[in-house]
Design a protein around this ligand. Structure first.
Ligand code: AVJ
Length: 331
C-alpha cells in the first residue's frame, strides 16, 4: 500500500507568555517563596527536571505509594465507560500525556471512531515535544498539539471546549492550596463547553499512618526527590545549595488534611542564589516547605465546586477508598 506523504504542518507546540520568560519568572517565584513568613517555601513544580521526573517515576512504583497503581486500576476499569457516556472527540490533558493512562482514553475514543484531536498542557517543553511526537505517531488520525504552560495560569491557551474531555490525573490537584481550587475549577469550566467532562484524580483522606508511609518510604526515594528541588535551583539559577545539608521531612496535618514536605537544615548555613538576588540564612533545624499534597473527601472536594459550573457526575473509587477518579461535568 502506498504511504500517505506527510502533510507539512506548523509547529504543533505553542508557548504561553508565562513560560516565555521562564528564567525571570522562576527567579521571581523563588525569591517570593523563600522570603515567605513564617516558613520559606519553594514551588513544587521545580521538582521535575529530568532527574526529578525519574525519581517521581520511581516513587510511583514504591510499595508504600498506592496512588499511581490505584488510579491506573480505576481507569483501566472505567475509561471505556466514561468515553461511552460522554462521547468526546477531543482529549485534553494537564500534564505531559506521556503515560499509559491517556492511552486508555485514546484507545477507547478511537475504537468508537471519535478521536479527532488531542491537546496537552505541560510545563516542560522537552517533555511536551516528546509526548506530542509519540502520540501523533501512534494516533495519526488525530491532530495532536501541545501548549507549554502551567495549569494555574494557562488553561485559556487550550482554546474553547466542545466535545472535550479534560484529564487532570495522578492527584496533582493536591498540590494546589484548597483555597485555590474554586478559581482553578472556574478556569477549567471556562475551557469546557456545556456537557464536556473533566476527570480529576484525587487522593483521599485516610489513615495518617498510611499517608505518612507513602511520603516517607523506606528506600528513601521520596527524600531524594525532595532534595532534588535544590539541585534544580543550582542548575537553573546558579544557586549553591548542598542537598546533603538538608534532611527530608514529610508529615500529615490532620486538621488541614494535607501532607506537607519540607527540607530541614542539618546545620547553620547560608545559601546564595545570585540570579534571584537571594542570600538565605538558615539556622540548624530551620525548614523550607517544598510541597503541599492535599487530601480530600467527597464532601470537602464538592464544597470547592460551589459556583463553578462543574458538578460531580461520577465518583469512582477503589474498595479501600484510597483514591478517587472524579468525573465532573460542565453544566
Ligand atoms: C504528583 C502531586 C501526585 O503529592 O503524591 C510524591 C508528588 N510528592 N511524593 C503527590 C509526590 C512526594 C505527588 N503528586
Amino acid at each position: 500500500m502506498p504511504q500517505t506523504p506527510a502533510i507539512p504542518r506548523g509547529d504543533p507546540v505553542r508557548r504561553t507568555r508565562t513560560v516565555e520568560r521562564t528564567f525571570e519568572a522562576m527567579a521571581a517565584e523563588v525569591r517570593a517563596g523563600l522570603s515567605g513568613r513564617p516558613l520559606p517555601e519553594l514551588p513544587c513544580k521545580y521538582f521535575y527536571d529530568e532527574r526529578g521526573s525519574a525519581l517521581f517515576e520511581a516513587i510511583t512504583e514504591l510499595p508504600e505509594y498506592y496512588q499511581t497503581r490505584t488510579e491506573t486500576a480505576l481507569l483501566e476499569a472505567h475509561a471505556a465507560a466514561i468515553v461511552e457516556a460522554l462521547r468526546p472527540v477531543e482529549l485534553a490533558e494537564l500534564g505531559s500525556g506521556a503515560g499509559h493512562k491517556i492511552r486508555l482514553f485514546l484507545d477507547a475514543m478511537r475504537s468508537r471512531g471519535r478521536l479527532e484531536s488531542v491537546v496537552l498542557l505541560e510545563i516542560s517543553e522537552t517533555y511536551l515535544r516528546q509526548s506530542v511526537d509519540r502520540l501523533q505517531a501512534d494516533y495519526p488520525e488525530a491532530a495532536v498539539r501541545g501548549v507549554v504552560g502551567d495549569f494555574l495560569h494557562d488553561l485559556p491557551a487550550l482554546g474553547p471546549g466542545g466535545g472535550r474531555l479534560l484529564l487532570f490525573l495522578a492527584g496533582t490537584i493536591g498540590n494546589l492550596h484548597p483555597d485555590e481550587l474554586p478559581a482553578f475549577f472556574r478556569e477549567a469550566a471556562a475551557a469546557l463547553a456545556p456537557g464536556d467532562g473533566f476527570l480529576v484524580g484525587v487522593d483521599l483522606v485516610k489513615s495518617p499512618a498510611r499517608l505518612h508511609a507513602a511520603y516517607n518510604d523506606s528506600a528513601g526515594v521520596t527524600a531524594e526527590f525532595n532534595r532534588n528541588i535544590l539541585r534544580v535551583l543550582n542548575d537553573r539559577l546558579d544557586a549553591d545549595f548542598d542537598p546533603d545539608d538538608f534532611e527530608h521531612r514529610a508529615f500529615y496535618d490532620t486538621d488541614r488534611q494535607w501532607i506537607e514536605m519540607r527540607l530541614r537544615a542539618r546545620r547553620p548555613l547560608i545559601a546564595r542564589i545570585p540570579a534571584a538576588g537571594i542570600e538565605l540564612v538558615l539556622a540548624a533545624g530551620d525548614e523550607i516547605r517544598t510541597e503541599l499534597s492535599c487530601k480530600y473527601t467527597r464532601e470537602s472536594l464538592t464544597a470547592r465546586l460551589a459556583g463553578t459550573a462543574l458538578v460531580v457526575e461520577r465518583w469512582i473509587t477503589d474498595p479501600e477508598c484510597l483514591f478517587a477518579s472524579v468525573l465532573l461535568r460542565r453544566t
